[in-house]
Design a protein around this ligand. Structure first.
Ligand code: PGA
Length: 249
């Protein structure tokens, strides 16, 4: 099963629901392939409750873009907890996106967020990725391993965690990794995850960063790849649907 997850970032107003409606209708009609993938959209917090109601038990699921690191309730102005997200019927949350890391979300905060999200039984899209400098210095794998081991514990329910590999240099830039490079990272990362967590569980790893219908063919043959986290191209139902169509063509 592949995931096609759309991250709207700070975009979307109530009538943007049309975008998800169209994706949901497409997925319903797509009888030939719709069992092979799951489409999930992450709108901003303002739309979560309404959209989660409207897409309850529908083909498309709704995901939160982040949650606060403290559990349940507290004097944290402007924050939303994993508990509150779960209570409105949401089952997915993105944690550790590089855009939030750039604003000071460090490994210890991400660790707390993952802990509280798991406690509230949310599925986590956990973002990791190296920046341009780290890539140039050939530190990619080292960075990824560190980002993982600093926050995930061996006794966690690892099946609730979907890793999204998003090289920072590829987000919103139109640049994607060379297929052979990405393939190598996926293989080494999966191997590392199995040995580090002493498990036979085959971790799910998504790719994110400038995915669109024009470059999706590059990712088609990577059997280690479990799907995509899509930013820019998820704000248009046509672009998002085209990605899925082309992937299964
Ligand atoms: P992009 O964003 O597809 O616009 O590069 C991906 C992401 O930030 O998750």
């Amino acid at each position: 099963m592949k995931y096609f997850i759309g991250n709207w970032k700070m975009f979307g107003i109530p009538r943007s629901i049309k975008i998800i409606d169209r994706i949901n209708n497409f997925s319903n009609r797509d009888k030939k392939n719709n069992k092979k993938y799951k489409a999930i959209i992450a709108p901003p917090h303002t739309l979560l409750q309404d959209f989660s109601r409207k897409f309850k038990n529908k083909k498309v699921s709704i995901c939160a873009q982040n949650c606060f690191e403290k559990d349940r309730f507290g004097a944290y102005t402007g924050s939303v907890s994993a508990f509150m997200i779960k209570k409105i019927g949401i089952n997915y949350v993105i944690i550790g996106h590089s855009e939030n890391r750039a604003y000071g979300e460090n490994d210890s905060i991400i660790k707390e967020k993952i802990f509280t999200a798991l406690k509230n039984n949310l599925n986590i899209i956990f973002c990791i990725g190296e920046d341009k400098n780290q890539k140039r210095k050939k530190l990619t794998l080292k960075v990824l391993k560190k980002q993982i081991t600093k926050v995930l514990k061996r006794n966690y329910n690892l099946k609730k965690i979907i890793i999204a590999y998003e090289p920072v240099w590829s987000i919103g830039t139109g640049k994607i990794p060379k297929p052979a490079e990405l393939q190598k990272i996926l293989i080494l990362l999966k191997k590392f995850l199995k040995s580090h967590f002493k498990t036979r569980y085959n971790f799910k790893i998504l790719y994110g960063g400038s995915v669109d219908s024009k470059n999706i063919d590059n990712f088609k043959l990577m059997k280690e790849l479990d799907g995509f986290l899509i930013g820019g191209a998820s704000k248009s139902s046509k672009k998002f649907i085209d990605i899925i169509k082309k992937f299964y063509k």
